[in-house]
Ligand binder design. Structure first.
Ligand SMILES: CC(C)(COP(=O)(O)OP(=O)(O)OC[C@H]1O[C@@H](n2cnc3c(N)ncnc32)[C@H](O)[C@@H]1OP(=O)(O)O)[C@@H](O)C(=O)NCCC(=O)NCCS
Length: 209
């Protein structure tokens, strides 16, 4: 019988359910799910094994199953397990694309030629990242968002569901782009942007990043 690759998840949330779906489709076995707050014993049939510990199953690779970019970053810098990727078989990823460690590429998304995706990113369902895009680390591209060609996205930025970014735009780090926004101009670091065309309606305090 073929033995399954074993992995661990960190975070027992709705996002984890999606990652479980990917792991199952790739014939991986989730040996356990770390979670610092859950009061449940299982998620999707897999055991929740309590607070993160680097003394537990250190030989297995880990994926951080937490949607918040800032929390993912903190865990990535503190956890000692090796990180692995989860990529659903329905995705289309050009062979020239580089996807960093710990990143997940969720059902039906497309990443085109010469794009780069950093570490611990979430490329969510049905999103489209066109040629030559360059995404930093801890980026989340939400479901059905579209990045046209040669878009740059800085570390930690969250692009909301269904947002569209026209070609050659540079979006700074730790920005939030609201669902459905259309980004037609470069966006500075730490901006909160909504609307069509997208307008900066506030700037985040950058202390925590
Ligand atoms: C942008 C967003 C993060 C704002 O959330 P928030 O910090 O709670 O902000 P608020 O809801 O208080 O909204 C602030 C203002 O922006 C407006 N606004 C919020 N989201 C907006 C959007 N997507 N498009 C247009 N305007 C929006 C609100 O109406 C409000 O305007 P007002 O001050 O005139 O009333 C959120 O609305 C959003 O779009 N999130 C994306 C979620 C997503 O895609 N998740 C994917 C998970 S997989």
């Amino acid at each position: 019988m073929e033995s399954k690759n074993k992995i661990l998840l960190y975070g027992a949330s709705g996002h984890s359910k999606v990652l479980i779906s990917i792991a199952e489709s790739e014939n991986m076995l989730i040996e356990g799910i770390f979670d610092d707050f859950s009061t449940h014993s299982h998620l999707g049939g897999y055991p929740i094994i309590g607070n993160y510990s680097d003394e537990l199953l250190l030989e297995l690779p880990l994926v951080i199953a937490i949607g918040d970019n800032n929390i993912r970053k903190k865990i990535a810098f503190s956890a000692l397990h090796e990180f692995t990727q989860l990529i659903h078989k329905s995705t289309v990823i050009d062979e020239t694309v580089r996807v960093g460690k710990g990143s997940v590429v969720i059902h039906n998304s497309i990443i085109q030629r010469d794009a780069i995706v950093g570490d611990h990113c979430i490329i969510n369902s049905n999103s489209s990242i066109d040629h030559d895009c360059n995404l930093g680390d801890f980026v989340h591209i939400s479901p059905s968002a579209t990045l046209c060609g040669n878009v740059k996205v800085g570390d930690g930025t969250h692009i909301g569901a269904g947002a569209t970014v026209i070609p050659n735009i540079k979006i700074g780090k730790w920005c939030v782009i609201g669902a459905g926004a259309v980004i037609t101009k470069d966006i500075p670091d730490f901006s909160f942007v909504v609307g069509i065309p997208g307008k900066v309606i506030k700037t985040f305090n950058n202390d925590k990043n």
